[in-house]
Design a protein around this ligand. Structure first.
Ligand code: GUN
Ligand code: ZN
Length: 435
């Protein structure tokens, strides 16, 4: 950790609020020549270079010409064990799980495999500028131990959990209600609140948990009040029919989770494409969040997420990649796909909104907005330095981009990992692109 104050100078952009909930110009700050000062892993000043450098005349300054500093991206739904099945051809959700996902996840009984996969996954996240993620492990306890150990070594703010899955899956990938409770509890005791790590109780989705297991999941949430709940909901029409068959007495999909006290302000439900109005109302009332995962939704043919509909219901929405159902680790690419999905349902998300969704909205979904999500004084110093000329095409296009709005839009449409020059976590450089 840096004990001495250090400054970064360059163009700086961050969100202050949802652009749809306030005047657009009050929803962000942009400094064409800005300085951000950090000390002990936290931001202690941000503003115009001329003002800040006057206050810190002797400070060491790192210069970032032709680059744009933004907050670290927050991916609110991703599966680290599925990295190796990204880009698997030809299936929709339930067959894709059987044919590609479950076989890949079975390999995580082996600790050496977990270690190698955790390191590779974290390298990919950081290379793409993602500094915080809400992460699925596998059913194996060691998948989460190795992940947390690897994240902790790099001082990352990460949230993860062991999959709870006791039915409708291969026998080498199932636990029992009791073992899932016990293993989760041991992981919670060891890692929840350790440095920058937090635990998410992670039943895979309603079809793969018995009522007894869901009830144990609810019990964990009662025992440790600041735990997260992370699962899937209403992604695919066949999945929804299956939930109706398995839980005939529940009003709808969300009601299954609600029956076991899993719908809380710290619950993040991935997808939510086909939610009924009453489910949206309940999510809003509970202050839960839905992770919109556009590259997964188009790739798996799951459907078009209706962002404006969920927002009309006041549901908290954030962005996720859902790798390996999703096709990219890049939140820039994810913003691009979100833009296209919204276009197809007659809405536009402007670039301020897209960057908000992948930073501050993620922090809000995770109830971490006092720590991450933007660059205000007091925040943890997690940020990304984006290269505005990362490819010849981007460079060529940027010459016509006359405003920060246009620059952000070009970044999200043409950008990917090549646009990430450096990633910082808790004030430390954790990734630097090779020249
Ligand atoms: N629903 C249940 N499990 C999964 C998964 O691994 N990926 C996706 N996209 N949806 C799921
Ligand atoms: Zn998923």
């Amino acid at each position: 950790m840096n004990n001495r104050a250090i400054a970064h100078r360059g163009a700086i952009f961050h969100s202050l609020a949802d652009p749809d909930s306030t005047e657009l110009e009050n929803s962000y700050q942009y400094f064409a020549d800005g300085v951000m000062v950090m000390e002990n892993g936290h931001i202690c000043a941000l503003g115009e270079a001329a003002d800040i450098l006057q206050q810190y005349p002797k400070i060491e300054v790192h210069e970032h010409p032709n680059q744009l500093i933004v907050p670290g991206f927050i991916d609110t739904h991703i599966h680290y064990p599925q990295t190796e099945v990204i880009a698997s051809y030809g299936e929709q959700l339930l067959d894709w799980l059987e044919d590609y996902t479950f076989p890949a996840e079975a390999a995580f009984h082996d600790e050496a495999h977990c270690n190698q996969a955790s390191e590779f996954f974290l390298d990919e996240l950081l290379k793409n500028g993602t500094t915080t993620a809400l992460v699925f492990g596998t059913v194996h306890k060691q998948s989460v131990e190795t992940f947390f150990e690897a994240a902790d070594k790099r001082q990352l703010r990460m949230i993860a959990g062991k999959v709870m899955m006791d039915r409708n899956a291969p026998s080498n990938l199932t636990d029992t209600p009791q073992s899932s409770y016990q293993d989760s509890k041991e992981l919670i005791e060891r890692y929840h609140g350790k440095n920058r790590l937090s635990y998410a109780v992670t039943p895979r989705f309603a079809p793969t948990s018995s009522p007894e297991q869901l009830s144990f999941a609810g019990q964990l949430l009662q025992e440790y009040p600041d735990l997260y709940l992370h699962t899937h909901i209403s992604e695919n029409k066949n999945e929804i029919s299956w939930v109706k068959e398995l839980f005939p007495d529940n009003k709808n999909y969300l009601d299954v989770y609600d029956q076991y006290n899993l719908v809380t302000p710290r619950s993040v439900f991935a997808h939510g494409i086909h939610l009924e109005d009453s489910e949206c109302e309940r999510l809003a009332q509970a202050d839960s969040a839905v992770a919109f995962c556009p590259t997964s939704n188009t790739f798996l043919g799951s459907g078009l997420f209706n962002l404006s509909r969920l927002e009309q219901h006041n549901v908290n929405v954030s962005l996720g990649t859902d790798v390996g159902g999703g096709t990219s680790f890049s939140m820039l690419q994810t913003m691009q796909e979100a833009y296209k999905v919204c276009q197809l349902s007659g809405n536009q998300i402007n670039p301020f909104k897209a960057f908000y969704l992948s930073t501050l909205a993620g922090a809000k979904a995770l109830k971490l907005e006092s720590k991450i999500g933007n660059l205000v004084k007091g925040s943890e110093a997690d940020f990304v330095v984006l290269d505005l000329a990362s490819t010849p095409l981007m460079d060529y296009r940027m010459q016509r981009a006359s405003s920060i709005e246009e620059q952000l839009f070009v970044l999200m449409v043409l950008g990917d990992d090549r646009a990430v020059a450096e990633t910082y976590s808790f004030g430390q450089c954790v990734y630097k692109k090779s020249p």
